[in-house]
Design a protein around this ligand. Structure first.
Ligand code: ADP
Ligand code: MG
Length: 325
């Protein structure tokens, strides 16, 4: 074992680990490999193929007794399709691999597939294959997704420029609040239930991604899976820039604000550090931003330098790392 091998994964961190894989497997010329929402593989027909894969593990990403199987099926497809949206691409196909405990009821899997099918139908995505195996106890789900875009139009994390505005679609934090309610056993009135549904039934921003990709002056783009505290850092690192974020400008839903006021939860923390919103985070030059015709909110600006300056209330935030919870 070399000196590098003596670290635990917790010390290395999720992204340190991915960095090591990336060092060992540089992408072939002309291909975007590890480090973005999707790999981008040029084809001969003037199109690029987009590919991504995401895993959901029982106990880590969901609690079997809590999430209804329909919603788990929907979410498994949605979080993958979201990575195609993040590039400004059109999703085309998925592959579904599952490891399931043999004692699982057939009714559970029927509902899971119904949810997966409904999300797929909504976005015109075909399930073309996968793999099935037994698991001793936990449910493991892996989905691979394919998509496409005109050659050279995929919006990479590395395209942010100093002077760009930092923008998001939708509102942030509902999904994290829903998860907090689930884990804390909060009584589920209609408002709490609505937040939980945002956690269970994310809607990938495919249409928005396509329109943003077609707009001139939109630069870096990614989907928000780990919270902007972590995800914006990926854009900054990939682009070699820094950012100022206006904490007070981060869009929150009225439901989130009311629930946080009622339960004493920190809405800004949920919006910045909580993940799984699956909204789009993008940068655009200020003239282009003015001309955008999709609903979005400006939450900051790109600076030369590095790191994030959180302005507004003197706070700072970090994001999610699978190995450092
Ligand atoms: P996302 O949140 O968009 O799904 P991740 O943060 O999971 O992206 O992954 C970041 C990048 O690292 C992606 O390009 C992904 O393909 C790559 N990656 C993650 N895990 C691995 C792995 N085990 N082997 C190769 N590439 C990986
Ligand atoms: Mg992503």
């Amino acid at each position: 074992m070399d000196g590098k091998g003596s670290h635990t994964l917790a010390e290395l961190g999720e992204f340190g680990f991915i960095g090591r894989i990336r060092e060992r497997f540089p992408a072939p010329e002309g291909v975007t490999g590890i480090g973005d929402d999707c790999a981008v593989i040029p084809q001969r027909d003037g199109r690029d193929t987009l590919v991504s894969t995401d895993m959901l593990i029982e106990g880590t990403h969901f609690l079997r007794d809590d999430i209804p199987p329909y919603r788990l099926g929907w979410k498994s497809a949605a979080v993958n399709v979201s990575d195609i949206a993040a590039m400004g691409g059109t999703p085309t196909a998925t592959f579904l691999s599952v490891a399931l405990p043999p004692g699982l009821e057939a009714g559970w899997t029927d509902e899971f597939l119904r949810g997966f099918a409904d999300l797929s139908k909504r976005f015109g995505v075909a399930l073309l294959g996968g793999d099935t195996t037994a698991s001793p106890d936990r449910i493991c789900i892996n989905v691979a997704v394919l998509g496409e875009c005109p050659a050279g139009t995929a919006h990479l994390r590395s395209a942010a420029r100093a002077g760009d505005l930092v923008c998001v679609t939708g509102t942030l934090g509902d999904s994290a609040a829903g998860l907090k309610a689930i884990l804390g056993g909060v009584e589920r009135d209609a408002e709490i239930q609505a937040l939980i549904e945002r956690h269970y039934l994310p809607l990938p921003r495919v249409t928005e991604g396509l329109r943003l990709a077609a707009a001139p002056g939109v630069h870096a783009m990614m989907d928000i899976s780990d919270g902007i505290g972590s995800d914006l850092r990926h854009i900054l690192d990939a682009s070699g820039v820094g950012a100022e974020v206006f904490v007070e400008a981060i869009p929150l839903s009225p439901a989130l604000e009311r629930v946080c006021a009622r339960l004493g939860w920190d809405a800004a923390e949920l919006a910045v550090c909580g993940g799984e919103d699956y909204e789009l985070l993008f940068t655009a030059d200020p003239e282009a931003e003015k001309a955008l015709d999709i609903p979005h909110t400006v939450i900051g600006r790109i600076l030369s330098g590095n790191g994030i300056r959180w302005s507004g209330n003197g706070r700072s935030f970090s994001g999610f790392d699978h190995f450092r919870r």
